[in-house]
Design a protein around this ligand. Sequence first.
Ligand SMILES: [Zn+2]
Length: 310
Amino acid sequence: MRIVLLGAPGSGKGTQAKLLVEKYKIPQISTGDLLRAEVAGGSELGKRAKAAMDAGRLVSDEVVLGMIQSRLAKPDAKGGFILDGFPRNIPQAQALDAMLARLGQPLQLALLVDVEKDVLMKRLTGRRNCSKADCGAIYNIYFSPSKAGNKCEKCGATLSHRSDDNAETVGKRLQVYESQTAPLVAYYKAQGKLRTVKGVGPMGAIFKTMCDIIETQIRPLAAVMGRIDAVAAARERAAAKAKAVAKAPAKAVAKATAKAVAKAKDKQTAKTLAAKAKPAPTKKPVKPAKKPAKVVKKAAKPKTKAKKAK
Ligand SMILES: [Zn+2]
Protein backbone atom coordinates (compact mmCIF):
# COMPACT_ATOMS: atom_id res chain seq x y z
CA MET A 1 0.00 0.00 0.00
CA ARG A 2 1.35 3.34 -1.03
CA ILE A 3 0.16 6.16 1.16
CA VAL A 4 0.88 9.83 1.67
CA LEU A 5 0.02 11.11 5.14
CA LEU A 6 -1.10 14.69 5.50
CA GLY A 7 -1.68 16.44 8.79
CA ALA A 8 -0.78 19.55 10.71
CA PRO A 9 1.80 19.68 13.49
CA GLY A 10 -0.06 18.44 16.54
CA SER A 11 -2.52 16.39 14.50
CA GLY A 12 -1.11 13.16 15.92
CA LYS A 13 -0.15 12.05 12.42
CA GLY A 14 3.28 10.87 13.57
CA THR A 15 1.83 8.58 16.23
CA GLN A 16 -0.65 7.14 13.76
CA ALA A 17 2.10 6.60 11.20
CA LYS A 18 4.01 4.48 13.72
CA LEU A 19 0.93 2.36 14.39
CA LEU A 20 0.41 1.87 10.65
CA VAL A 21 4.04 0.81 10.23
CA GLU A 22 3.57 -1.80 12.93
CA LYS A 23 0.31 -3.14 11.56
CA TYR A 24 1.06 -3.24 7.85
CA LYS A 25 4.83 -3.84 8.05
CA ILE A 26 5.69 -1.10 5.62
CA PRO A 27 8.21 1.66 6.31
CA GLN A 28 7.37 5.22 7.16
CA ILE A 29 9.47 7.37 4.89
CA SER A 30 10.18 10.75 6.36
CA THR A 31 12.24 13.09 4.23
CA GLY A 32 13.90 14.60 7.31
CA ASP A 33 15.19 11.18 8.38
CA LEU A 34 16.24 10.37 4.81
CA LEU A 35 18.22 13.59 4.54
CA ARG A 36 20.02 12.96 7.80
CA ALA A 37 20.82 9.37 6.82
CA GLU A 38 22.09 10.27 3.33
CA VAL A 39 24.24 13.09 4.64
CA ALA A 40 25.66 10.89 7.39
CA GLY A 41 26.25 8.06 4.91
CA GLY A 42 28.10 10.38 2.54
CA SER A 43 26.24 9.24 -0.57
CA GLU A 44 26.31 11.30 -3.77
CA LEU A 45 22.83 12.64 -3.00
CA GLY A 46 23.88 13.23 0.58
CA LYS A 47 26.83 15.30 -0.54
CA ARG A 48 24.62 17.41 -2.77
CA ALA A 49 22.13 17.86 0.04
CA LYS A 50 24.87 18.85 2.47
CA ALA A 51 26.31 21.37 0.00
CA ALA A 52 22.89 22.99 -0.33
CA MET A 53 22.31 23.07 3.41
CA ASP A 54 25.81 24.42 4.12
CA ALA A 55 25.15 27.22 1.65
CA GLY A 56 21.89 27.97 3.43
CA ARG A 57 19.80 26.84 0.46
CA LEU A 58 16.87 24.47 0.48
CA VAL A 59 17.64 20.97 -0.69
CA SER A 60 16.22 20.71 -4.20
CA ASP A 61 13.16 18.58 -4.93
CA GLU A 62 15.28 16.62 -7.36
CA VAL A 63 17.65 15.56 -4.60
CA VAL A 64 14.84 14.74 -2.20
CA LEU A 65 13.04 12.70 -4.86
CA GLY A 66 16.26 10.86 -5.63
CA MET A 67 16.54 9.94 -1.95
CA ILE A 68 12.95 8.76 -1.85
CA GLN A 69 13.47 6.68 -4.96
CA SER A 70 16.54 4.94 -3.58
CA ARG A 71 14.71 4.38 -0.30
CA LEU A 72 11.81 2.77 -2.16
CA ALA A 73 14.22 0.33 -3.78
CA LYS A 74 15.08 -1.21 -0.39
CA PRO A 75 13.50 -4.59 0.31
CA ASP A 76 11.38 -3.44 3.24
CA ALA A 77 9.48 -1.06 0.95
CA LYS A 78 8.40 -3.87 -1.36
CA GLY A 79 4.95 -3.97 0.16
CA GLY A 80 4.55 -0.21 0.06
CA PHE A 81 5.32 2.85 2.14
CA ILE A 82 3.90 5.68 4.16
CA LEU A 83 5.27 9.02 3.05
CA ASP A 84 5.35 11.59 5.81
CA GLY A 85 6.41 15.21 5.35
CA PHE A 86 6.56 15.02 1.57
CA PRO A 87 5.20 16.38 -0.70
CA ARG A 88 4.69 19.86 0.71
CA ASN A 89 3.52 21.61 -2.44
CA ILE A 90 2.01 20.94 -5.85
CA PRO A 91 5.25 20.79 -7.86
CA GLN A 92 6.59 18.23 -5.39
CA ALA A 93 3.36 16.24 -5.59
CA GLN A 94 3.55 16.24 -9.38
CA ALA A 95 7.19 15.22 -9.38
CA LEU A 96 6.39 12.44 -6.91
CA ASP A 97 3.53 11.21 -9.11
CA ALA A 98 5.83 11.20 -12.14
CA MET A 99 8.50 9.23 -10.31
CA LEU A 100 6.05 6.69 -8.91
CA ALA A 101 4.49 6.31 -12.36
CA ARG A 102 7.92 5.49 -13.78
CA LEU A 103 8.32 2.85 -11.08
CA GLY A 104 4.83 1.52 -11.82
CA GLN A 105 3.85 2.17 -8.20
CA PRO A 106 1.35 5.00 -8.17
CA LEU A 107 0.06 6.41 -4.92
CA GLN A 108 -3.09 4.75 -3.74
CA LEU A 109 -4.20 7.00 -0.96
CA ALA A 110 -3.63 10.44 0.52
CA LEU A 111 -4.79 10.28 4.11
CA LEU A 112 -5.45 13.57 5.85
CA VAL A 113 -5.56 13.64 9.64
CA ASP A 114 -7.81 16.60 10.16
CA VAL A 115 -7.89 18.56 13.41
CA GLU A 116 -9.46 21.98 13.94
CA LYS A 117 -7.08 24.83 14.39
CA ASP A 118 -8.11 25.81 17.92
CA VAL A 119 -7.57 22.23 19.07
CA LEU A 120 -4.14 22.20 17.43
CA MET A 121 -3.30 25.47 19.19
CA LYS A 122 -4.25 24.01 22.56
CA ARG A 123 -2.40 20.77 21.88
CA LEU A 124 0.80 22.57 20.89
CA THR A 125 0.81 25.52 23.30
CA GLY A 126 -0.53 23.51 26.25
CA ARG A 127 2.21 20.93 26.13
CA ARG A 128 4.34 20.55 29.27
CA ASN A 129 7.29 18.23 29.62
CA CYS A 130 8.79 16.81 32.76
CA SER A 131 12.23 18.38 33.11
CA LYS A 132 13.77 15.21 34.53
CA ALA A 133 15.58 13.61 31.61
CA ASP A 134 14.91 9.98 32.53
CA CYS A 135 11.21 10.55 33.30
CA GLY A 136 9.94 11.92 30.01
CA ALA A 137 6.34 12.43 31.15
CA ILE A 138 4.32 14.73 28.91
CA TYR A 139 1.26 16.67 30.00
CA ASN A 140 -1.12 19.15 28.49
CA ILE A 141 -2.62 21.90 30.59
CA TYR A 142 -5.88 21.72 28.60
CA PHE A 143 -6.33 18.00 27.96
CA SER A 144 -4.19 16.04 30.41
CA PRO A 145 -2.90 18.32 33.20
CA SER A 146 -0.62 17.03 35.91
CA LYS A 147 -2.46 16.40 39.17
CA ALA A 148 0.50 18.02 40.89
CA GLY A 149 0.05 21.37 39.16
CA ASN A 150 3.31 22.61 37.73
CA LYS A 151 5.15 19.53 39.02
CA CYS A 152 5.37 16.10 37.46
CA GLU A 153 2.87 13.81 39.16
CA LYS A 154 5.20 10.85 38.61
CA CYS A 155 8.53 12.16 39.84
CA GLY A 156 7.87 15.59 41.31
CA ALA A 157 10.22 17.47 38.98
CA THR A 158 9.21 20.84 37.56
CA LEU A 159 7.37 20.85 34.26
CA SER A 160 8.91 22.81 31.44
CA HIS A 161 7.37 24.65 28.54
CA ARG A 162 9.29 24.74 25.28
CA SER A 163 9.96 28.27 24.12
CA ASP A 164 8.80 27.50 20.58
CA ASP A 165 5.46 26.31 21.94
CA ASN A 166 4.23 29.87 22.43
CA ALA A 167 1.02 31.04 20.77
CA GLU A 168 2.72 33.30 18.24
CA THR A 169 5.23 30.74 16.94
CA VAL A 170 2.68 27.94 16.92
CA GLY A 171 0.18 30.17 15.12
CA LYS A 172 2.73 30.93 12.42
CA ARG A 173 3.63 27.28 12.00
CA LEU A 174 -0.01 26.34 11.59
CA GLN A 175 -0.53 29.12 9.08
CA VAL A 176 2.39 27.91 6.99
CA TYR A 177 1.04 24.38 7.15
CA GLU A 178 -2.42 25.54 6.15
CA SER A 179 -1.21 27.51 3.14
CA GLN A 180 0.97 24.61 1.98
CA THR A 181 -1.47 21.82 2.54
CA ALA A 182 -4.73 23.26 1.28
CA PRO A 183 -3.60 23.04 -2.38
CA LEU A 184 -2.34 19.49 -1.81
CA VAL A 185 -5.66 18.46 -0.36
CA ALA A 186 -7.35 19.80 -3.49
CA TYR A 187 -4.77 18.07 -5.69
CA TYR A 188 -5.36 14.62 -4.23
CA LYS A 189 -9.09 15.19 -4.02
CA ALA A 190 -9.13 15.85 -7.78
CA GLN A 191 -7.32 12.54 -8.25
CA GLY A 192 -9.94 10.79 -6.15
CA LYS A 193 -7.26 9.66 -3.69
CA LEU A 194 -7.99 11.87 -0.70
CA ARG A 195 -9.61 10.48 2.42
CA THR A 196 -10.01 12.41 5.63
CA VAL A 197 -10.02 11.11 9.16
CA LYS A 198 -10.93 13.31 12.12
CA GLY A 199 -7.92 13.44 14.39
CA VAL A 200 -9.82 13.97 17.62
CA GLY A 201 -10.91 11.45 20.25
CA PRO A 202 -9.15 8.34 21.53
CA MET A 203 -6.00 7.41 19.62
CA GLY A 204 -7.17 3.82 19.14
CA ALA A 205 -10.45 4.93 17.58
CA ILE A 206 -8.67 7.24 15.15
CA PHE A 207 -6.34 4.42 14.21
CA LYS A 208 -9.26 2.06 13.64
CA THR A 209 -10.90 4.56 11.30
CA MET A 210 -7.65 4.91 9.37
CA CYS A 211 -7.32 1.16 9.01
CA ASP A 212 -10.92 0.87 7.83
CA ILE A 213 -10.24 3.48 5.17
CA ILE A 214 -7.09 1.67 4.07
CA GLU A 215 -8.83 -1.71 3.93
CA THR A 216 -11.74 -0.43 1.86
CA GLN A 217 -9.68 1.82 -0.41
CA ILE A 218 -6.63 -0.28 -1.06
CA ARG A 219 -7.21 -3.92 -0.24
CA PRO A 220 -9.93 -4.72 -2.82
CA LEU A 221 -7.92 -2.94 -5.48
CA ALA A 222 -4.77 -4.82 -4.47
CA ALA A 223 -6.62 -8.13 -4.65
CA VAL A 224 -7.90 -7.39 -8.14
CA MET A 225 -4.46 -6.24 -9.26
CA GLY A 226 -2.92 -9.37 -7.74
CA ARG A 227 -5.33 -11.58 -9.67
CA ILE A 228 -4.62 -9.78 -12.91
CA ASP A 229 -0.89 -10.13 -12.29
CA ALA A 230 -1.19 -13.84 -11.54
CA VAL A 231 -3.21 -14.51 -14.69
CA ALA A 232 -0.77 -12.52 -16.81
CA ALA A 233 2.21 -14.31 -15.28
CA ALA A 234 0.64 -17.74 -15.89
CA ARG A 235 -0.05 -16.81 -19.50
CA GLU A 236 3.51 -15.64 -19.95
CA ARG A 237 4.90 -18.86 -18.52
CA ALA A 238 2.67 -20.98 -20.77
CA ALA A 239 3.68 -18.98 -23.82
CA ALA A 240 7.38 -19.28 -22.96
CA LYS A 241 7.04 -23.04 -22.49
CA ALA A 242 5.23 -23.49 -25.80
CA LYS A 243 7.90 -21.46 -27.53
CA ALA A 244 10.71 -23.50 -25.96
CA VAL A 245 9.10 -26.80 -26.94
CA ALA A 246 8.49 -25.61 -30.50
CA LYS A 247 12.07 -24.40 -30.80
CA ALA A 248 13.87 -27.39 -29.33
CA PRO A 249 14.81 -29.98 -31.98
CA ALA A 250 13.57 -33.49 -31.26
CA LYS A 251 17.12 -34.86 -30.99
CA ALA A 252 18.04 -32.41 -28.26
CA VAL A 253 14.90 -33.26 -26.36
CA ALA A 254 15.69 -36.97 -26.54
CA LYS A 255 19.26 -36.32 -25.40
CA ALA A 256 18.09 -34.22 -22.49
CA THR A 257 15.62 -36.88 -21.48
CA ALA A 258 18.31 -39.59 -21.59
CA LYS A 259 20.60 -37.41 -19.52
CA ALA A 260 17.86 -36.84 -16.98
CA VAL A 261 17.20 -40.57 -16.78
CA ALA A 262 20.89 -41.28 -16.19
CA LYS A 263 21.12 -38.57 -13.59
CA ALA A 264 18.09 -39.84 -11.76
CA LYS A 265 19.52 -43.36 -11.87
CA ASP A 266 22.84 -42.17 -10.45
CA LYS A 267 21.11 -40.34 -7.69
CA GLN A 268 18.99 -43.33 -6.87
CA THR A 269 22.03 -45.58 -6.87
CA ALA A 270 24.08 -43.32 -4.66
CA LYS A 271 21.22 -42.99 -2.26
CA THR A 272 20.69 -46.70 -2.05
CA LEU A 273 24.39 -47.31 -1.57
CA ALA A 274 24.67 -44.78 1.13
CA ALA A 275 21.61 -46.01 2.93
CA LYS A 276 22.11 -49.73 2.74
CA ALA A 277 25.74 -50.11 1.66
CA LYS A 278 24.53 -52.72 -0.77
CA PRO A 279 25.65 -53.31 -4.33
CA ALA A 280 23.95 -51.28 -7.00
CA PRO A 281 20.43 -52.42 -7.73
CA THR A 282 19.68 -54.34 -10.86
CA LYS A 283 19.40 -52.37 -14.04
CA LYS A 284 15.94 -51.21 -14.09
CA PRO A 285 14.99 -48.23 -16.16
CA VAL A 286 14.34 -45.42 -13.82
CA LYS A 287 12.06 -42.83 -15.09
CA PRO A 288 12.97 -39.26 -14.22
CA ALA A 289 10.73 -37.95 -11.56
CA LYS A 290 8.12 -35.91 -13.21
CA LYS A 291 7.69 -32.53 -11.75
CA PRO A 292 4.09 -31.91 -10.89
CA ALA A 293 2.57 -29.28 -13.11
CA LYS A 294 2.61 -25.96 -11.36
CA VAL A 295 -0.80 -25.14 -10.15
CA VAL A 296 -1.55 -21.51 -10.47
CA LYS A 297 -3.49 -20.66 -7.42
CA LYS A 298 -6.61 -18.86 -8.24
CA ALA A 299 -6.61 -15.61 -6.36
CA ALA A 300 -9.57 -15.29 -4.11
CA LYS A 301 -12.28 -13.25 -5.63
CA PRO A 302 -12.17 -9.87 -4.00
CA LYS A 303 -15.21 -9.03 -2.06
CA THR A 304 -16.79 -6.30 -4.03
CA LYS A 305 -18.27 -4.34 -1.25
CA ALA A 306 -20.21 -1.51 -2.71
CA LYS A 307 -18.96 1.20 -0.45
CA LYS A 308 -20.76 4.44 -0.51
CA ALA A 309 -18.46 7.24 -1.43
CA LYS A 310 -18.43 10.06 1.04
ZN1 LIG B 1 8.63 13.37 35.79
